[in-house]
Write a protein that binds this ligand. Structure first.
Ligand SMILES: Cc1cc2nc3c(=O)[nH]c(=O)nc-3n(C[C@H](O)[C@H](O)[C@H](O)COP(=O)(O)O)c2cc1C
Length: 370
């Protein structure tokens, strides 16, 4: 019996296996609106064998987009654009669909990665980013505006409005993005948060705004649907956000009913030194799980079926999330199930692909012709 292919319950949502397609920005939206690229992309991964697909960082305000091509959910047009995509997914797949709600904060107004990923100055068509403090991400860059009290309320309310729109679209779960150096992580990290009010200084104060946003999103989304949080467990910079603080944050989130913590790292400082290697963030997920008992997802260079199986079977994490490995092999879940003796749902149009040695891969299937 494969641990990776055993079910797990996240609040009212029961998943048939422990695999999530990690959120991945596609930088292909126009005015925050999804289009044919997202249709193809999301429908492809709906047939990946993963139990849950998490829609890319979906920004709650236009100025909170990382790039001009980032996805949004902040008006009727952005909501309407996602509707036919979700309808298609529901028609052909049983995958659960989560959405990552995000705000880029001071990392907004960036070029797409394939155009270099750097700040787009206002004079070149960019916009004014806002963050916890007027401290730029990179030395020499124009500083963001520090959010004032009405600004904090506006952004929190934008998260709430997006959560309501997501529910209306039939999204099964939300992941609040507080990782990778974006707005909520910027509040957590002493590197980006230099505030002197109740949102800066002590750990308690730095956690205050992300926790307020979590509470507001949790309250706006139906009770039976799960809400998780993605964290950067460390900035990989001395004097920055670290694992000890992450565990305190996870404990606070647990008290507030968080359904999972997706444990990533880095993103707040260009000075970070990340020790990359297979499963390099798994020990961080394990530490969060051990210290808090919260359901955790491990993410980061998990590419092999047996590697994922070992992470779950050894109790280091409760789920795995895969990004690049999925892009490379969009049927990763099928191949992992074949290797580990699991089952996946497949659409009848593809049943004949079942390997002759794997007669139960797609469960009970029959196929006749004459
Ligand atoms: C193309 C691409 C886009 C990404 N966009 C997001 C995103 O929208 N939100 C997020 O939290 N992480 C994002 N990530 C990070 C992944 O979710 C994941 O945490 C990271 O890539 C490590 O996992 P991997 O080694 O399986 O790729 C992105 C990664 C890639 C490769």
């Amino acid at each position: 019996m494969s641990a990776l292919f055993s079910p797990i319950a996240l609040r009212g949502l029961t998943l048939p296996n422990r695999i999530m397609v990690a959120p991945m920005c596609q930088y292909s939206a126009v005015n925050g609106e999804a289009n044919d690229w997202h249709f193809t992309h999301i429908n492809t991964f709906a047939l990946s064998g993963a139990a849950m697909f998490c829609i890319e960082a979906t920004h709650v305000e236009a100025i909170g987009r990382i790039t001009p091509g980032c996805l949004g959910l902040y008006n009727d047009a952005t909501e309407a654009a996602l509707k036919p995509i979700l309808a298609s997914v529901r028609k052909h797949s049983k995958i659960a669909v989560a959405m990552q709600l995000a705000h880029a904060g001071r990392k907004a107004s960036s070029h797409t990665p394939w155009d270099g990923g750097q700040l787009i100055p206002i004079a070149e068509g960019g916009w004014q980013p806002e963050g916890p403090s007027a401290v730029p991400h990179k030395e020499g860059e124009a500083a963001p505006l520090a959010l004032d009290a009405p600004g904090l309320v506006r952004v929190r309310d934008a998260f709430v409005a997006a959560a309501r729109r997501a529910d209306r679209l039939g999204i099964d779960a939300l992941e609040v993005h507080s990782a990778h150096g974006y707005l909520l992580h910027q509040f957590l990290s002493p590197i980006s948060n230099k505030r002197t009010d109740q949102y800066g200084g002590s750990l308690q104060n730095r956690m205050r705004y992300p926790l307020e946003v979590f509470d507001a999103v949790r309250a706006a989304f139906p009770d039976h649907k799960p809400v998780g949080v993605k964290v950067s467990a460390t900035d990989w910079v001395d004097g920055g956000w670290d694992l000890v603080q992450t565990i305190e944050y996870a404990k606070e989130l647990k008290k507030r009913g968080v359904d999972w913590i997706d444990v990533s790292s880095g993103g707040v400082s260009p000075l970070q030194k990340i020790p990359l290697g297979p499963g390099y963030q798994v020990p961080l997920a394990q530490a969060v799980k051990q210290a808090t008992g919260v359901t955790t997802m491990a993410v980061g260079l998990i590419t092999e079926a047996q590697q994922a199986e070992d992470i779950i079977a050894s109790g280091k994490a409760d789920m795995v999330a895969l990004a690049r490995g999925m892009l490379y092999d969009p049927r990763w879940g099928w191949h992992a199930a074949a290797e580990l003796g699991g089952h996946v749902d497949a659409p009848p149009q593809y049943w004949r692909s079942q390997p002759s040695t794997q007669k139960a891969l797609f469960g009970a299937t029959t196929f006749g012709t004459r």
